[in-house]
Unconditional design. Structure first.
Length: 470
């Protein structure tokens, strides 16, 4: 079903400059706890496009569904590329702006201009073998992810056939990272340490700075190794499609892949598991879910709770009316998919029947720059969720659904933890044999303590969670 946007009456837009509107901070405690309420207040006050303060820097937040599409579908009028940001060129963006580290790494998600187009074409080509289910690379990836999910569930089960677990820390977060490590073609256990560093960066804790430095060094070494000796992995396919990429440029793209995969896919897995459990009228007992049902639930979840809530900024190419304001050339514009999905114009068309609005939602973006890895991300998430409902005989939330803890950043929103009570189907499993793509020194042994010694920081961390399981 197509989604139709009706025309509304035109009003004269307000042309007050963004800087002169004294925007209110967006990222408040209220935003952390009740983002929907914050969006509604902004919508009531400013209409579909609101001036906001993002940690000390003014920006436009696009809340309207129609206006979001207008921006996303017209890349010429609303291009990406930080060099187009007037305030930044004029030195009005502080060097220590907390969002600078995420935005100043020049990779495909951030870039605009001609170099972007070549890069995006290369990304599409490099992802293709991993997204086309008929290709051996896609088959191997799916088998590997299913194997990783089994390993993680078996590791968790070492705490007992029944018990408590944090399915976020023990499954949803590590699984996509392991998938990313497979895609990146990391040799040995080096990948696991890089994955732990990615977490430290995403959690923005005190060790985030050194972790970023270490990770960029590791990814640069990986990029150089793939240039010297290509394999059948994403970096090598990207290089084949874009042979001019320098070592540093390739490392930045790998960083982007790791970041995107780790957080967003993990959020999707957790949210889907919650949706299935909470939607189960029989109190959380699951029997096998069909692949179709899992996919259907995931579609609904991604639309209701998009992992990427606000997109990286675009910039007005010329003074342009949008919503009730005139956006000046070079002003930053952040599309908020979460707010756009709550726009009455969009929300009114949604029904509990998921498939109806799934084509119109913005969770994967829209227009030329929409996510090129939708199928890949869904496949990884599907494999994880499917194994959960096959391996657990009983799964219920350890907290009421409305008390689950959430974490937000300016870009994403996901569960901080997913506490569950579980019962595994069948006896406590021995740890599975190593999957085909694991080097012998990283193989998982039959008891977690041995595994912890043999594997890297990721495995030690996960084994530590079992002991604290009680
Ligand atoms: C649940 C997981 C994911 C979600 C919800 C998601 C969502 C999105 C969205 C909304 C955009 C558009 C952003 C914008 O317009 O500014 C995007 C872009 C992008 N995504 Fe994803 N994504 C996910 C997973 C992934 C993964 C796993 C990868 C890589 C393997 C990936 C690679 C990219 C790239 C390269 C772009 C930039 C495209 C461009 O600018 O041309 N995404 N993603």
């Amino acid at each position: 079903m197509e989604f139709h946007v009706v025309d509304k009456e035109e009003a004269t837009p307000d042309d007050t400059r963004l800087e002169d509107l004294s925007p209110q901070p967006l990222l408040t405690r209220d935003y952390e706890l009740r983002p929907a309420l914050v969006y509604e207040r902004l919508r009531d006050r400013h209409g579909p496009v609101a001036p906001v303060d993002l940690l000390g820097v003014p920006a436009w937040l696009v809340l309207g569904y129609r206006e979001s599409l207008q921006v996303l579908q017209d890349d010429d009028a609303w291009p990406k590329g930080l060099e187009k940001w007037r305030a930044r060129t004029e030195g009005r963006v502080p060097a220590d702006w907390p969002l600078a580290p995420s935005l100043e790494v020049n990779h495909v998600l951030i870039q605009g201009g001609d170099s972007y187009r070549t890069l995006r074409t290369a990304w599409d080509a490099a992802l293709r073998p991993f997204q086309d289910p008929r290709q051996p690379q896609a088959k191997r990836l799916k088998a590997a992810v299913t194997g990783y999910a089994d390993e993680l569930i078996s590791l968790l089960g070492q705490g007992g056939r029944t018990g408590h677990a944090d399915l976020s820390a023990q499954l949803s977060r590590p699984l996509p990272l392991m998938a990313a490590s497979h895609l990146l073609g990391f040799p040995g256990s080096q990948g696991d340490d890089a994955l732990m560093d990615m977490w430290r960066i995403l959690d923005a804790g005190p060790d985030a700075g050194p972790a970023l430095e270490r990770l960029l060094v590791t990814l640069t070494e990986l990029a150089a190794a793939k240039i010297r000796k290509p394999g059948d992995d994403f970096p090598s396919h990207l290089l084949a499609a874009h042979p001019d990429l320098s070592v540093d440029a390739l490392a930045r793209e790998l960083f982007m892949l790791l970041g995107m995969t780790s957080d967003h896919v993990g959020i999707l897995i957790s949210n889907t598991v919650v949706e299935v459990i909470a939607g189960d009228t029989e109190g959380g007992v699951r029997t096998a879910l069909s692949a179709g049902m899992v996919r259907e639930t995931m579609n609904r979840v991604v639309m209701r709770k998009p992992p990427l809530v606000n997109f990286v900024p675009r910039f007005a190419a010329a003074d342009t009316p949008l919503g009730n304001h005139v956006i000046r050339a070079g002003d930053p514009v952040w599309v908020s998919s979460a707010a756009a999905h709550a726009d009455p114009l969009f929300a009114a068309q949604m029904t509990p029947d998921t498939s109806i609005s799934s084509r119109a939602h913005l969770a994967w973006g829209a227009g030329r720059r929409q996510c090129p890895a939708r199928e890949l991300a869904s496949t990884i998430a599907m494999a994880g969720v499917s194994r959960v409902f096959e391996r657990f005989a009983h799964l219920e939330l350890a907290l009421p659904v409305d008390q689950l803890p959430w974490r937000s950043s300016p870009f994403m929103r996901g569960l901080r933890s997913l506490p569950v009570r579980y019962e595994l189907a069948g006896p406590v499993p021995a740890m599975p044999a190593p999957t085909a793509d694991e080097a012998p020194e990283t193989a998982v042994a039959d008891v977690p303590d041995h595994a912890a010694k043999r594997r890297s920081s990721l495995w030690r961390y996960l084994a530590g969670l079992i002991r604290s399981n009680g």
